[in-house]
Design a protein around this ligand. Structure first.
Ligand SMILES: Cc1ncc(COP(=O)(O)O)c(C=O)c1O
Length: 564
């Protein structure tokens, strides 16, 4: 070997070592940007979920899962049976119709099963039959088949921002606009021109595309980002929901691993470092609702194993985080996508971009924006929205949908957007946070004064309940609230969504009911305290039960519903 050969070999080795080192650093940066929870580790979460065995509590254990003494269990049982009797009598028709469809509607089976932690689910389902049907809505209330009126805290998954009457009107008036054309698809009804103009104004972006759901809008935004950047990966933040498309739901719930998705820590510098160094990132998806509970999944009562659920909204901190994201995305030519499907017009007239003072490259809207009809919208920069290349005609980014820009949806959207400009709606937005923060604060003061260990955390009109004392039974509150005439969605106390037409009097009534429902639950002994009962001890116990149930089928049957 000559000296030249040797020095060439040394240079090659140094280059390879340098490349390997760079790869290692980039890989380590990615690891550092993962949230330490299972939620932050999608693959591990899926593996763990597959290992969780089914077991459930029989009648006795149902009331003493925390080893409470017998008198406490007896009080719980009495309270539970009182509720069961009340439900049976009050919701008879709704429950009967629900039972009739239970085996035929898969969605119904799923939501009724996952209302509460699975160990308690069957017994609760069998005794507390609420019913999944409603007959009418008016003001801030909904009415079931038995004629019971509930204050609506479901917000219809976030669609209901201005009150159901508003949307009924949008739909009816919208239908009048497009009646002559009817369900003709492919061509556009003229109202669409107004919608496009308004959407461009609101988003501050150049182009618009219409889809049938928020999930589809997100799919399209990500596809466009991949097409234009030529990169494969999307970044989503830990816990954020962006619809049920596989690539944005890499963890539990998706049978496949999402290989082109990075799940990074929300509000964390380590994530910014990943964005600043990796070359395969096409876009970053932000769901601003996560500002209420960064790095945690949407809070549902079925995961209320203990009282570990926490939330807190800091507008200034989240705005600062979005500004940092904006900077790194611009520097690295990564598309910043705000997924405003949920929060869209709930926070501000101009959506989350206006509320947080940061502009995105692509914005998805949905839910409320079609005045109560199904919708997904993408607004974006012209260079990102284009679906073909001038110089390569066969290289296209395909996106079609039979029902896109359906005339009836466009008609209803037209009504929604027109009203959004009107004074009554403008008035609602004035001091919106002031109103809802004050309501949350006042409710918390009342809860504290009543010695109740729960507190409201809110992002404007979106509320979640945190429990401040260790308990296995927090999820029971959803049934007490229902008995008090408050309608919750299937995630229970994890999310209350108020429509913005709640008057002070309506709200006062809801606050009274929240406090009195929680007091009733307290009286019935569900929030029994003991020094040995901590969140850690609860988790340890449940973990032990799982191990036992996995190891022995007999232990599983020991706690079957028939056993005592
Ligand atoms: C932020 C966000 N993105 C996307 C979606 C999916 O929208 P859709 O249910 O209309 O498909 C949702 C639904 O809740 C959402 O909250």
């Amino acid at each position: 070997m000559t000296m030249i050969d040797i020095s060439m070999a040394c240079i090659c080795a140094a280059i390879i070592a340098g490349l390997l080192l760079h790869k290692l650093v980039v890989r380590l940066q990615l690891s550092a940007a993962k949230h330490r929870s299972l939620t932050g580790h999608s693959r591990m979460a899926r593996r763990f979920a597959a290992l969780v065995p089914f077991y459930e509590y029989g009648e006795d254990r149902f009331f003493r899962a925390d080893e409470a003494p017998e008198p406490v269990a007896a009080a719980r049982r009495a309270g539970f049976m009182r509720l069961a009797g009340l439900f049976e009598q009050r919701f008879a028709k709704s429950a009967a119709m629900t039972a009739e469809l239970q085996d035929s509607v898969s969605d119904l089976q799923f939501t009724s099963r996952y209302r509460v932690p699975f160990q308690f689910s069957r017994y609760a389902r069998e005794h507390l039959r609420g019913g999944a049907f409603l007959e009418s809505s008016s003001g801030v209330t909904v009415t079931d088949l038995d004629g019971n009126r509930f204050y609506d805290l479901t917000g219809s998954y976030g669609v209901n921002v201005f009150g159901y009457d508003f949307y009924k009107d949008c739909i009816a008036r919208g239908a009048e606009h497009v009646r002559e054309l009817g369900p003709v698809l492919g061509a556009y009804h003229p109202v669409t021109a107004y919608n496009v103009r308004r959407l461009r104004e609101i988003s501050g972006l150049d182009e618009v595309s219409f889809h049938m759901s928020g999930t589809e809008a997100v799919m399209q935004a990500v596809r466009l980002a991949r097409y234009h950047t030529g990169r494969s990966h999307l970044v989503r933040f830990c816990g954020a929901y962006h619809g049920w498309w596989g690539d944005v739901q890499p963890g539990v719930g998706n049978p496949l691993a999402a290989r082109e998705t990075y799940t990074l820590k929300d509000m964390d510098e380590a994530s910014l470092r990943v964005l600043a160094t990796r070359r395969d990132i096409a876009c970053v998806l932000v769901n601003p609702l996560q500002a209420l509970h960064p790095n945690a999944n949407a809070p549902g009562d079925s995961t209320l194993v203990d009282s570990g659920r926490r939330a807190h909204f800091d507008r200034a901190a989240y705005s600062e985080w979005l500004r940092k994201l904006r900077v790194v995305c611009s520097e690295r030519n990564i598309a910043l996508i705000f997924d405003e499907v949920f929060v869209g017009f709930r926070l501000a007239q101009g959506g989350a971009q206006e509320y947080f003072g940061v502009r995105a490259d692509l914005v998805t809207y949905g839910k409320t924006i079609a005045g109560g009809l199904p919708i997904g919208v993408v607004c974006g920069r012209r260079d990102l929205m284009k679906r073909f290349r001038e110089d390569r005609p066969a290289d296209i980014c395909f996106a079609r949908g039979t029902f896109n820009a359906h005339p009836y949806v466009m008609g209803s959207m037209y009504e929604f957007l027109r009203r959004l400009e009107g004074e009554p709606v403008r008035a609602i937005y004035r001091d919106l946070d002031g109103v809802w923060d004050a309501r949350a604060r006042a409710t918390n003061e009342r809860l504290a004064a009543a010695g109740l260990a729960l507190r409201i955390e809110n992002l404007s009109s979106i509320w979640t309940i945190s429990y401040t004392q260790p308990s296995r039974y927090n999820w029971m509150l959803q049934y007490y609230l229902r008995a008090a005439g408050l309608a919750l969605s299937w995630v229970g106390t994890g999310r209350f969504i108020f429509s913005l037409n709640y008057s002070d009097a309506d709200f006062a009534e809801v606050a009274d009911r929240i406090v009195s429902a929680a007091e009733a639950m307290q009286r019935d002994g569900w929030w029994w305290r003991a020094p040995q009962l901590t969140n850690e001890s609860i988790k340890r116990r449940v973990f032990k039960e799982m191990i036992q149930a996995r190891c022995s089928p007999f232990i599983g049957s020991m706690s079957s519903p028939r056993s005592k």
